[in-house]
Design a protein around this ligand. Structure first.
Ligand SMILES: Cc1ncc(C[n+]2csc(CCOP(=O)(O)OP(=O)(O)O)c2C)c(N)n1
Ligand SMILES: CC(=O)[C@@H](O)[C@H](O)COP(=O)(O)O
Ligand SMILES: [Mg+2]
Length: 586
């Protein structure tokens, strides 16, 4: 019976005392450890399984945490966390109060840079490398591990372009497994494929950028990786190592169904089989309502185009991509490009639905202003994952879009309270708007089983009253309406769904301000600059002196955890809302 090695390793210092010939056994144990925990605690699986050998080799060769190691996106860093002192609490991964699902500087000095959004690692590592050089720390190494989908992100190229003219101790390791969450796309993917097949000169793009390029090497052969890393340690200046790995390596199903096993949910650690939660007679996910509805509309309106930056499965645009591949585009991890691509299409009379998670759209802010709104181009932005998203935590909560979009002229902002409203605003938008529109909706399931109703046109800028009461007017926006409805079942208060943050329904607001002394606004968005701020601005512009209470996400970053508990922690759950309304309802 082999003695377990993993349980003797608490830090890379102990790892580096191991005999190199024992490392394959350590890899096997680390893989099993990851599988056993993620099977029951959920999380990102495939990416971490794919870099087990690379992770061990990096901590074996480099003097971490002095040598700086940055993981791009960081969803592949479970092995890194387990080997750097977090084995014993790794079972708390992504749980409220537990460790983060991504490297986080507050969590460990081995997590040298906080990540979660793709394509940042090269810039961060270069920044560290230049700093080390200026500080005279000439022996310090700086390593960025970036995937084949993430390196196609514009920011990664910006980092490479700069690094190529520096003589810093920077090593960029391309973890090439030929897939993002969905299959990687674009000319770079084709190029890398040909390099691997040997039908293309070995990565002269990188050499042209003045990098010392080496590879491709087998990213699962620890000995090969270690000898190459040891060689590269002595090479001065910017270096680029191309490693080939298999996403999901070591679990058959994760290797064959790599999309699903990127984040598979619960599964049987022994067999690898998924444990599917019954969805019988459950309301659909908002993303699927989007996905099915855009197909329905695109069949009727040939001008409709779908665009996603690398999230075909997550956004459910894959339904349209499967049926109409010439009208639905996965542009890769390229949010800025996605937005301006849509703008270009709109100038030619097409009707682009640009589907980008709220948090990832932050990356394309100038494109929204400069390329879309300033030119008043009718792009239809569908912001999925708006609001608190749960276990992905502060890097992924979509809680700023109402604030960051509201100050942009010409932009319509709509938030559906349910799936029927989402369908109807999509239908309305494709009829031909004179402005761009942003439609924001949450991660996960909606509230309506019979969502597939006939389309109804929505009047732009019109809100609606959902419940009549007295003394207190509650104004909600979007899907948080569900919690309000539950909270006021026994309260005689009025509840309005304003539906639009821009333009506001001013006629309705005048009536509300004239009839209720106290007005409460609620949003699954930061209270800074969001829906409540819009209502306050309306009141001040019209000299109303009513009491306005703004409820929403406080001005802090919200940690990871299940959505229900996170909503409770900020007082947006039905129970807390009921208490708050009752106090105001004298
Ligand atoms: C800016 C941004 N856009 C999209 C995502 C969603 N996302 C997370 S992982 C991933 C795929 C990453 O693929 P790759 O870089 O090849 O790494 P791998 O998972 O293959 O290890 C994507 C698109 C993100 N995290 N950040
Ligand atoms: C790591 C990353 O950014 C993605 O995998 C993200 O976690 C997907 O989020 P959803 O699970 O909400 O699609
Ligand atoms: Mg990849």
């Amino acid at each position: 019976m082999q003695k377990s090695l993993l349980h003797t390793i608490h830090t890379p210092k102990e790892l580096r005392l191991l005999n190199q010939k024992d490392l394959p056994q350590l890899a096997q144990e680390l893989r099993e450890f990851i599988i056993n925990i993620v099977a029951t605690k959920e999380g990102h699986l495939g990416a971490s399984l794919g870099v087990v050998e690379l992770t061990i080799a990096l901590h074996y060769v480099f003097n971490t945490p002095i040598d700086q190691l940055i993981w791009d996106v960081g969803h592949q860093a479970y092995g890194h966390k387990i080997l750097t002192g977090r084995k014993n609490n790794f079972h708390t991964n992504r749980q409220l109060g537990g460790i983060s699902g991504f490297p986080n500087r507050n969590e460990s000095n081995y997590d040298t840079f906080g990540v979660g959004h793709a394509s940042t690692s090269i810039s961060a590592a270069l920044g560290m490398a230049i700093a080390s050089k200026l500080k005279g720390e000439f022996e310090k190494q700086h390593i960025a591990v970036i995937g084949d989908a993430s390196i196609a992100g514009g920011m990664a190229f910006e980092g490479l372009n700069h690094a190529g003219v520096t003589d810093t101790n920077l090593l960029v390791i391309l973890n090439d497994n030929a897939i993002g969450i969905d299959p990687s796309v674009g000319a770079l993917k084709m190029y890398l494929t040909n390099v691997k097949k040997g039908t293309q000169k070995r990565n002269n793009i990188i050499k042209a950028l003045n990098f010392d390029y080496s590879g491709p090497i087998d990213g699962h052969n620890i000995n090969t990786i270690i000898s190459e890393l040891k060689r590269l340690k002595k090479v001065k200046g910017p270096k680029f190592l191309h490693v080939i790995t298999t996403k999901g390596k070591g679990l058959k199903q994760a290797e064959t169904d790599q999309v699903k096993y990127h984040a598979p949910g619960l599964f049987d650690a022994k067999t690898g089989e998924l444990i599917v939660k019954s969805g019988f007679n459950q309301p659909p996910k908002y993303q699927d309502v989007f996905g099915f509805t855009i197909v329905e509309l695109a069949k009727l309106n040939k001008k409709i185009i779908g665009i996603t930056p690398a999230m075909p499965t997550g956004s459910s645009l894959k339904y349209m991509m499967d049926i109409m591949p010439d009208r639905a585009f996965d542009v890769g991890i390229a949010e800025q490009h996605a937005v301006t691509l849509a703008a270009g299409m709109a100038t030619q009379g097409l009707i682009p639905f640009c589907n980008i998670y709220s948090t990832f759209l932050q990356r394309a802010y100038d494109q929204i202003i400069h390329d879309v709104a300033l030119q008043n181009l009718p792009v239809i932005f569908c912001l999925d994952r708006a609001g608190l998203v749960g276990e992905d935590g502060p890097t992924h909560h979509g809680i700023f879009d109402l604030s960051y979009l509201r100050s942009i002229p010409n932009l319509i902002i709509f938030a559906p309270r349910n799936e029927v409203e989402l369908r109807n605003i999509m239908y309305t938008a494709q009829l031909g708007l004179k402005h761009p529109i942003a439609i924001r909706y949450p991660r996960g399931q909606g509230v309506t089983r019979n969502w597939k109703q006939a389309f109804t046109k929505i009047e732009i800028g019109k809100g609606t009253q959902l419940k009549k009461g007295d003394k207190l007017a509650i104004l909600s926006i979007g899907s948080i309406s569900k919690n309000v409805t539950e909270a006021i079942i026994d309260l005689q208060v009025s509840h309005y769904d304003l539906r639009f943050v821009k333009p506001l329904d001013e006629t309705l607001l005048h009536a509300i301000f004239k009839n209720y002394e106290t007005i409460v606004t609620i949003e699954d968005n930061s209270i800074k600059g969001g829906f409540g701020s819009a209502i306050s601005e309306f009141a001040s512009e019209n000299n109303y002196k009513n009491t306005i209470k703004i409820l929403g996400i406080p001005d802090v970053f919200i940690e990871h955890g299940d959505v229900g508990t996170l909503q409770k922690s900020v007082g947006l759950d039905a129970e807390n809302l009921k208490k708050r309304f009752s106090l105001l309802y004298r």
